[in-house]
Write a protein that binds this ligand. Structure first.
Ligand SMILES: [Zn+2]
Length: 304
């Protein structure tokens, strides 16, 4: 079991040599999820050696180009490589129209099912749950409708206390029931209490993605206590007015959200091309939330 996030693009609207536009690949217990798909995402996937055909879920936040201009290209490459397995794309309803129009104009149809799920930045609900991983969406506060996402590991099974299990020579079939919290009675009528033979499960981890958004405390309830929060920090305090005008956040505002939500770690990204270094972002954020990092393209973050 593992849960990790690969940063494919940590920049904002204008790509730079060091920061691509927004995209992240999330690997969570054998689920392969792409969040946002800015221009050049498929090249970043290749550069960082992600098997792009394994991606089966794509979460798009909103329809500013730096968050989805790479999508039609990625889908086209999947098609050229012979993909036949469908893919599910969560995002604004207009996205389906745009992608279908783009592929239609090219004169071919994608050779696999595109399952669009429309999310227009106005609901908070669970959108996916396969018993191992769940995904929630919630509204962000941006110039156009924007979806935030939280990816969570579902509650894990109890762990078998092997020593006690073997000591009492418990029949092997009991193990499956114990892991689910059920007791077991053998064919000859011996009762085994699962509590005697199990340990507590590992903690289920969670990862929240908030980009793009202005400072809005309504976000807090949706990301309460997550392990890792990625929050945009397009600007620093010197550009606070610009942040407000463009419905973006400063590093300090991101830190205040992290603090209020009691998250464990804060990752800052969506850094404006105007900044050559991120020292000010870090200083301003850490004044409110110490456990803060500014991500770079290619960073692999283990959600532990
Ligand atoms: Zn935007």
């Amino acid at each position: 079991m593992s849960f990790k996030v690969l940063i494919l693009g940590s920049g904002s609207a204008m790509p730079t040599i060091s920061r691509n536009p927004s995209a992240q690949y999330v690997f969570c217990n054998n689920r392969h999820i792409l969040i946002d798909c800015g221009e050049g995402t498929q090249l970043q996937l290749r550069k960082y050696k992600v098997h792009l055909q394994k991606i089966d879920t794509i979460l798009i936040t909103h329809l500013h180009g730096d968050h989805y201009f790479g999508l039609v290209g990625l889908l086209g490459t999947m098609h050229l490589l012979g993909r036949d397995r469908g893919i599910t794309i969560y995002g604004p309803s207009l996205l389906e129209k745009i992608i279908r129009m783009q592929t239609e104009i090219e004169g071919y149809s994608i050779g696999f099912d595109l399952n669009f799920v429309h999310l227009d930045g106005d609901v908070s609900k669970e959108i996916y749950n396969d018993g191992v991983v769940s995904i929630d969406t919630f509204p962000l506060n941006h110039k156009i409708p924007t979806n935030g996402y939280v990816i969570r590991e579902c509650p894990k099974k109890l762990k078998i206390n092997k020593f006690q299990f073997e000591l009492d020579q418990v029949p092997i079939p009991a193990a499956h029931l114990f892991k689910d919290g059920s007791d077991y009675t053998s064919v000859d009528g011996v009762f085994y209490d699962h509590k005697k033979y199990t340990h507590a499960p590992d903690k289920s981890k969670s990862y929240a993605y908030c980009s793009d958004t202005k400072y809005d405390e309504r976000i807090v309830e949706h990301i309460q206590n997550v392990d890792f929060l990625y929050h945009e920090a397009t600007f620093v305090n010197a550009q606070k007015d610009r942040a407000k005008k463009t419905y973006h956040s400063t590093a300090e505002q991101a830190a205040k959200i992290a603090q209020k939500a009691k998250v464990t770690k804060l990752l800052l990204g969506h850094i404006s091309a105007r900044y050559n270094s991120v020292g000010t972002h870090l200083d301003e954020a850490k004044a409110f939330f110490e456990n803060t990092y500014v991500v770079n393209d290619g960073d692999e973050i283990i959600i532990d």
